[in-house]
Design a protein around this ligand. Sequence first.
Ligand code: F6P
Length: 510
Amino acid sequence: MTNTADCWTRLEQAERETLKALFAADDGRVGRYSGTLAPGDGDILFDWSKTHLSDELVAGFEALAQAAGFDAAREVMLSGDMANPTEGRAAEHTAQRGIGADESVAEADAFHMRMRGLVEAIHDGVFGQIRHLIHIGIGGSALGPALAINALARPTAEWRAPVDVHVVSNIDGNALEAAFEACDPATTMIAVASKTFTTIETMTNAASAVQWLEESGVSDPYGKVVALTASPDKAVEWGIDETRVLPFSESVGGRYSLWSSIGFPVAMAIGWDGFAAFLDGAAAVDRHFADTDGFANLPLRAAFADLMYVQLRGCQTRAVFAYDERLGLFPDYLQQLEMESNGKSVTADGKPLGRQSAPITWGGVGTDAQHAVFQLLHQGTIEVPVDFIAVKQPGHDLDPAHHAILLTNCFAQGAALMAGKENDDAARAYPGNRPSATILCDAMTPATLGALIAFHEHRTFANAVLLGINPFDQFGVELGKQIANQIAAGEGDGFDPGTEALLAAAGLKD
Ligand code: F6P
């Protein structure tokens, strides 16, 4: 069996063809480089035809996947074995969706039932009339809920969420004050979401939220607080009654935790059946990922393209544009998923990576971004692979022209990036041959959103396996936290002169 180094050499030597040449040589390219998943109540089309993947490169990446032990690594993760060796644990987010070790799936089911009980009790008025929920968390404890609520809980002519959710993450008090402003304390509950229940931003915000309830005349403020955590003892110690602590397993990573009790605000907003459909949509992608080999495996195929751009074509970023307001937070969500998972310079066994790690994920919303950053995509000197995400059915009742213009622009951008246009005036010429992939969803439903997120989780995992990275730890975030804690404790003299001067200028140190 060849090793991964030989596979990379083979990939580096493969023919580099232009997008136009790839299409010209194969009139079946669109069909062969596209695939569809049906996670429930609508299809999702994944069109990777406008990437520079060729059959030769795909064969090379399939060989790399084999040499990197992709099938075995996938089995380790999906069966609940030790997928996260540096932290000595499994990575069991799929168990939340019913795919994993039997005991982990059973535990996740039991925790979900507990969560459902509390959601339904609140909806039934057991805690009095509840109209607002302030969800406090940060990173993986906030980005997923914010994305899902923004996508799925928008009011329509016929429907309005029973509870409006405000996600607060930043320690900057302006964020929490804005939520207070929007809520009536008499009808508000607070969810404190923290896997560790130690994160300083979250715990500080949570304390201020309880104080706000108290100062507003709520008689039992702690009685209005729910904890979402893998550290239930700490939540009880903090003052939350055990009946309102919704646990999840330590083996569910923070940025993979939306499926667990961290999804509580989503269930509060869209109801339990919606949340269950969200889990089922993800499970459909899990089954595809588990049962499909090689290029036909859509998350793995996407990873082939990702690696081609970073490792073979020197791209340092990848951009994601959601041509749908409902998915406006998708790029933010992906930034944590991809950069916190694969922004590493050592392999899982601690050796230097020896090649580039994950690229920088960035993006925005179309068509807004067209009028702001697309200039660089079309004419800049840096190649940026772009993903477009669009939804066929609009989420509003306005003139259908809105949605037609939105989708037309999305597809026009992909076409323009690829085709380019000659012009005798160099300033007006477009080089073309610029890559994009398009994900087109039939409708924005809980199942579709679950599937979209699960697709990206598995794409991130596949990238990691082919690079030899452990995507489930995040030691890189610790040093800055330690230094902040030292400063707060008045310890740690002797920072660099620049930092000392800033601390003094802000009045944080003499
Ligand atoms: O600092 C990074 C991080 O640990 C993320 O991985 C995590 O999602 C976030 O902080 C929040 O952590 P917690 O849920 O434990 O408060």
